[in-house]
Design a binder for this molecule. Structure first.
Ligand SMILES: *Cc1c(COP(=O)(O)O)cnc(C)c1O
Length: 435
C-alpha cells in the first residue's frame, strides 16, 4: 500500500492520519466521516507558491474552492496566502462569512446571475472573470445603476486546447460552454467592448483547459496561443495584459495508475514558457495566476466508512456494502472515478479476497470501488477510501434522505470538527407541511 502525507500506520497497527488514529476518529465522530490531512494541504499550497517566489515572478495561486468549500477550508486557504476562486453566490457567501479578504476573491461561472454579480460588486471582490457577451451586458447594466468604482475583470478565453488526463487535443474552435473563442474573433470582440467601457479595468485573460492533467504540454500550448494574440492586440489596441491566468486542472494520484508531477514542476515550466514567449514577442512579463482545486485538497482527504452487509454472486464477485456511497462520493457513479482503500483497523493485513465496495443508496450504479483486494473482512471494519478530498463533500447530496457526513481536520495529533454531521431534523429544515 502506498501512503502519502502524514498518513501511515501507528503502533496499534491502525491507519493514522495527522497523528490521529483513524479507528478512533470513526468511533468519536461516527461514519461515514471525511478526514483531511491539514499538513498535506499546507504542503501542496506551498509547493505551488514557492517556485513563483523563488523565481521572483509576480503571481497569485487561487484555490478553486468548488473542490471543497467550507468556512474552515477557506480560512486555511487564507492562512496559506492563497487567493480564492468562487463560482456561485453560495461559494462567495461562504468565503465572505469566513472572513476571506474580498480583494483576493475571483468570481467565475458561465451564467452568473444579476444578483450574484451585484453581491460581488457590493462586496468589492478582486475580479470578475467575464465568460460571455451576455455577462458583459449584464455588468454594464449593473454598473450604470450602481456607478461603482472601476471593477477589475478578466476575460475567459478558450484557446482551442482541450487537455485530458494523458493527452491533449488541439481544436480550431472549441466546442465548450465556457469563454470567448480565441480563434474565431469572439475574444477580440469581447476585449474591444471591455476596453471601451469606462467601468471595466481589464486585468487580462484567463483560460482553464481541463482537469486531472498529468503533463505540462497543454498549459504551455495554451500560453503560446494566448501570447500570440496578445502580441497582435498590443499593436492593434495598445493593450498590455497585466495578468495571464492559466487556470487549474493539475492531476493527482487516485490510484497507482496515476503518475502526477510535482506542483513545482508545473510552475517552473509555465514560468519558463511565459518568460520566453514574452521575450520573443517583446511584451512585458505579466503576473501569472493559477487555480489549483483538486491538487490542493484531493489527496489530503480520506473517507472512513463502516462495513455492513455483503453478498456473494458465486463465481462472479462479492459485494461488500458500506454505510455511505454516492450520497457522499458521487464521482464513481458520475464519471467512473477510481479509488484505492484499506481497512483502517488492519491496513497492513495481507489481502485475502477481492471485493467490490457498494454504497447503500437505491441505485445499482452506487458502487464506490470495483475489485478491491482486501484482507478477510469482519463486521464493522472501518474502510478508509483515499483521495476523496476534492469534489467529494462539495458534491455530496441527500439522495435517499441520507444526512451528509461531517468533516474533521487532523493535524499534529489533534482532530477538530469543521463541519457537523447533518441530522434528520436538518433534512427537514426547509420542508413545509401540506396545507
Ligand atoms: C474547476 C476549475 C478549476 C480547478 O480545477 P481542478 O481540476 O480542481 O484543479 C480552476 N479554474 C476554473 C475556472 C475551474 O472551473
Amino acid at each position: 500500500m502506498y501512503f502519502y502525507g502524514t498518513t501511515g500506520v501507528n503502533k496499534k497497527g491502525h491507519l493514522e492520519i495527522g497523528g490521529v488514529d483513524a479507528v478512533e476518529l470513526a468511533e468519536s465522530f461516527g461514519t461515514p466521516l471525511y478526514v483531511y490531512d491539514v499538513a498535506l494541504i499546507r504542503e501542496r499550497a506551498r509547493g505551488f507558491k514557492l517556485t513563483f517566489e523563488e523565481q521572483n515572478v509576480k503571481a497569485q495561486v487561487a484555490y478553486a474552492s468548488k473542490a471543497f468549500s467550507t468556512v474552515a477550508m477557506v480560512q486555511l486557504a487564507e492562512e496559506e496566502g492563497l487567493s480564492l476562486d468562487v463560482v456561485s453566490g453560495g461559494e462567495l457567501f461562504t468565503a465572505l462569512k469566513a472572513g476571506f479578504p474580498a480583494e483576493k476573491i475571483h468570481f467565475h461561472g458561465n451564467n452568473k446571475s444579476r444578483q450574484e454579480l451585484e453581491m460581488a460588486i457590493d462586496n468589492g471582490i478582486g475580479c470578475i472573470v467575464i465568460d460571455n457577451f451576455y455577462e458583459i451586458e449584464l455588468l454594464k447594466s449593473i454598473c450604470t445603476e450602481k456607478q461603482p468604482k472601476e471593477i477589475n475583470v478578466l476575460l475567459r478565453v478558450t484557446p482551442g486546447i482541450e487537455a485530458h488526463t494523458h493527452d491533449y487535443i488541439l481544436t480550431g474552435q472549441e466546442d465548450s460552454k465556457f469563454g470567448f473563442d480565441l480563434q474565431n474573433g469572439q475574444a477580440e470582440q469581447a476585449l474591444t467592448e471591455a476596453l471601451e467601457y469606462p467601468y471595466f479595468h481589464v486585468l487580462g485573460l484567463h483560460c482553464h483547459i481541463g482537469s486531472q492533467i498529468f503533463e505540462t504540454t497543454g498549459f504551455l500550448l495554451a500560453a503560446q496561443k494566448i501570447v500570440e494574440k496578445l502580441a497582435e492586440w498590443k499593436n492593434k489596441y495598445a493593450f498590455q495584459t497585466q495578468v495571464l491566468n492559466l487556470g487549474g486542472g493539475f492531476g493527482i494520484r487516485y490510484t497507482k495508475e496515476d503518475e502526477p508531477i510535482a506542483p513545482s514542476q508545473y510552475v517552473s515550466e509555465i514560468i519558463k514558457e511565459v518568460k520566453s514567449l514574452n521575450e520573443q514577442y517583446d511584451l512585458t512579463m505579466p503576473e501569472i495566476w493559477i487555480e489549483p482545486g483538486r491538487s490542493l485538497v484531493g489527496d489530503a482527504g480520506v473517507t472512513l466508512y463502516k462495513t455492513g452487509s455483503s453478498k456473494d454472486v458465486p463465481g462472479v464477485r462479492r459485494y461488500l456494502a458500506v454505510d455511505g456511497g454516492m450520497s457522499d462520493n458521487i464521482r464513481p457513479a458520475l464519471y467512473q472515478a477510481k479509488y484505492e482503500a484499506v481497512l483502517a483497523n488492519k491496513p497492513l493485513a495481507q489481502a485475502k479476497e477481492t471485493v467490490s465496495i457498494a454504497g447503500k443508496c437505491c441505485e445499482s450504479g452506487d458502487m464506490l470501488i470495483w475489485d478491491l483486494p482486501l484482507p478477510e473482512s469482519e463486521d464493522e471494519d472501518i474502510l478508509a477510501v483515499f483521495c476523496t478530498g476534492a469534489y467529494g463533500y462539495s458534491m455530496a447530496n441527500n439522495y435517499n434522505r441520507i444526512p451528509r457526513p461531517p468533516v474533521v481536520f487532523v493535524e499534529n495529533g489533534k482532530a477538530s470538527l469543521v463541519v457537523k454531521r447533518e441530522s434528520y431534523e436538518d433534512l427537514l429544515r426547509l420542508d413545509l407541511p401540506l396545507k
